[in-house]
Write a protein that binds this ligand. Structure first.
Ligand code: COI
Length: 356
């Protein structure tokens, strides 16, 4: 791959002076771009001033959503140094999404290096506020100009950066989620395991309906039996039932979350019993009612570790573990954020330094 060309802005923006920072509303001064053409591969990697794209209205991404994205974060530690969390895993997962969506793969090591360069240039945009970080959004869009349905032969890869606070305004206060029994998000054989925009577009209607009833998010059931728990959309879901950590098994319709994997690894290292298996909604309701469901939480890059205090199913609302944050949930949040912000040892080599 060629060297990364750098063009710095002559008009840096004012940084948002807000505490708490909203999630994903502000963007830094620069972005990373590269292009792809069939027969040529990825070319012209560059860091340039952040700004709009000019795209033809017939551009394929507008019509058939041939598009994938990722989400990760850069963290500022107490000594001012800036770190990433498992960045290569994000670009590896991007390639898993790319294969399903007929999008050309990227070179993982090159992308990590490009990201480090971009974040180092934008180091002043990494927030100093507690629990805030620089949210990183890599994405690839199909740019062929045609309304014929096929794999595009041209693409743009882009990384943008957003200084962000908590994804849920509740912060670490437990969120309320509604179990959706009408719309479905994904089915096996579809695109559920990828990070493609279409998965999220399909989730909006149920999310809006749930929000209207005071619920932050939707918990999806499998699309075939409408019976097994899948994920929340913005996060994977985990339960502590009778002392065992239980989470839906990955079978193609659930996103293989990097935070999910990290939390399961921590739980196993702590000697906890962990089960990745099918979990029916009946089991969730029954154990929530009879008290065997001790805790419930979501995991995700944006959501981090997010306690769930209340669920709704078929018009019935149930509190989980008394409605507060569970002991294990808090412990996992502290451990994960401790590793990310460098206040706890990273014994697994998950963190990558960007700059001092
Ligand atoms: C992330 O956690 O990074 C995601 O991409 C989820 C998105 C809904 C913000």
């Amino acid at each position: 791959m060629e060297n990364i060309r750098i063009e710095l802005t002559s008009a840096p923006k004012a940084k948002p002076n807000i505490d708490p920072l909203p999630f994903g509303k502000y963007f830094s001064d620069h972005m990373f771009l590269m292009n792809y053409e069939e027969g040529k591969g990825w070319f012209d990697p560059r860091i340039v001033p952040y700004g709009p794209f000019s795209l033809d209205p017939s551009c394929m991404v507008f019509h058939y959503a041939q598009e994938i994205f990722e989400g990760l974060k850069a963290y500022r530690r107490a000594d001012g140094s800036i770190w990433l969390f498992r960045p290569a895993d994000n670009f590896r997962r991007m390639n898993d999404s790319a294969r399903r969506m007929c999008i050309p793969e990227v070179d993982v090591d090159f992308c990590v290096e490009a990201l480090k360069k971009l974040v180092a240039i934008e180091r002043d945009w990494v927030p100093t506020q507690e629990a805030a970080s620089l949210y990183i959004r890599p994405f690839i869009i199909a740019t062929d100009c045609t309304v014929g349905v096929h794999a595009s032969k041209t693409y743009i890869f882009c990384i943008i950066l957003s200084p962000s606070g908590n994804y849920y305004p509740e912060g670490l206060d437990p969120v309320k989620i509604a179990i959706e029994d009408e719309d479905v998000r994904a089915v096996r054989g579809g695109t559920g395991f990828t990070k493609c925009g279409g998965n999220y577009a399909a989730s909006i209607r149920a999310g809006e309906r749930a929000a209207g009833r005071g619920y932050s998010q939707v918990l999806w059931l499998d699309g075939v039996h409408r019976k097994y728990i899948e994920e929340v959309g913005s996060m994977n879901i985990m339960f502590k039932i009778d002392g065992t950590v239980v989470t839906p098994v990955l079978q193609g319709s659930v996103l293989p979350g990097i935070t999910r994997r990290s939390i399961l690894e921590v739980c196993r290292d702590w000697g906890l019993s962990v089960e990745e298996r099918l979990i029916s909604v009946d089991e969730v309701i029954e154990t929530a009612e009879n008290g065997h469901m001790e805790e419930m939480w979501g995991t995700g890059t944006a959501a981090v570790v997010s306690p769930v205090g209340q669920i709704e199913y078929e018009g019935k609302s149930l509190k989980i573990g008394g409605g507060g944050i569970g002991e294990l949930t808090q412990k996992l949040y502290d451990e994960l954020t401790g590793i990310q912000w460098g206040t706890r040892p990273d014994t697994r080599g998950w963190t990558v330094k960007v700059c001092d």
